[in-house]
Design a binder for this molecule. Sequence first.
Ligand SMILES: *Cc1c(COP(=O)(O)O)cnc(C)c1O
Length: 378
Amino acid sequence: MNSMIDFNIPPYTGTEDRYIQEALKNRKLCGDGPFTKRCSRWMEEALSVRHAFLTTSCTHALEMAAVLTGIGEGDEVIMPSYTFVSTANAFVQRGARIVFTDIRPDTMNLDERLLEDAITPRTRVIVPVHYAGVACDMDAILSLARRHGLQVVEDAAQGLTAHYKGRALGTIGDYGCLSFHETKNLTMGEGSALLFQQEEALERAEIVREKGTDRSKFFRGQIDKYTWVDYGSSYLPSELNAAYLWGQFMECAKIQQDRKATWDHYHQAFEALERSGCITRPVIPAYADHNAHMYYIKVADLATRTRFLSYLKDQGVMAVFHYVPLHSSAAGQRFGRFFGEDRYTTRESERLVRLPLYYGIGQENREKVVEAVYSFFT
Ligand SMILES: *Cc1c(COP(=O)(O)O)cnc(C)c1O
């Protein structure tokens, strides 16, 4: 048996070492040093967003966003059940109740047509999750939110450089949260960014990120000492992590091009398999410009998937399933409820298989993956 094709290998371009050395020489390792600032400016420019704050994880960026929305005890947040636990935890931490809605089977994103009926007088926030870096229908979500006076927090953890009608994911709602975890397109090990356009949110965001103090103002020389002014925590990543990320930003186009090539290879290769009825391929709506974060296929059902995953493993291919719907978990039942009927969330999540996709996977591995998938069905 030949060696295993990993599901993911964290991206490394070779330029990161130099920047980490530079960070070491700067003798500035805590947060908000030169690399953190460079990374923020890069995102503000590349994504056309007024404010981009580097933070320690997307989990933390979501927590910051939850604080900034002002959500509290007994308020409700609408989100898909098919998402990562952090999407919900951030709001649960503020005492909010989670209202889970069903997804669209084509994109695995929350179904915007179900949102209006899920709104109650307690609803404060909607959280679209751009699954696989494929945009949710943001016009529909935003117009509904405006009509009902709700805020929108985008979980764009998987969405860096992906777009909705030309606008970068994470920059469209009131707040957006990216992730630079090592499983995402670009990484700093652990880390993320909080994005927002509103000028009014700036001061509070700085305070929440700096342990509840006005230290950011102090460093800019706007005040002569800093004090505890509000609730906050510590959400600043180290300069070493920011230096690694800077190397990734500098090679962003190259990394993206390689991921796209893999995605396109799979997508084209599996067209015939879809036509024969064995699998379903992902759908990219016309409004979405995706970032090749993930390539998944869907098989007939859970039993088939279990056999399929173990078969692929025997063939040397590490494929994996994804989220167990939150509403069916113990915590999900305690902290939230499912609104309406679970038509697609459970069924579609049980069919989904993610295939190996990482920077530098190489043509040979792409072909091996395709061959292994085909051999299961024929
Ligand atoms: C990865 C991910 C997160 C969490 O990101 P971390 O940076 O690991 O905290 C949150 N939501 C979604 C949809 C994710 O994919």
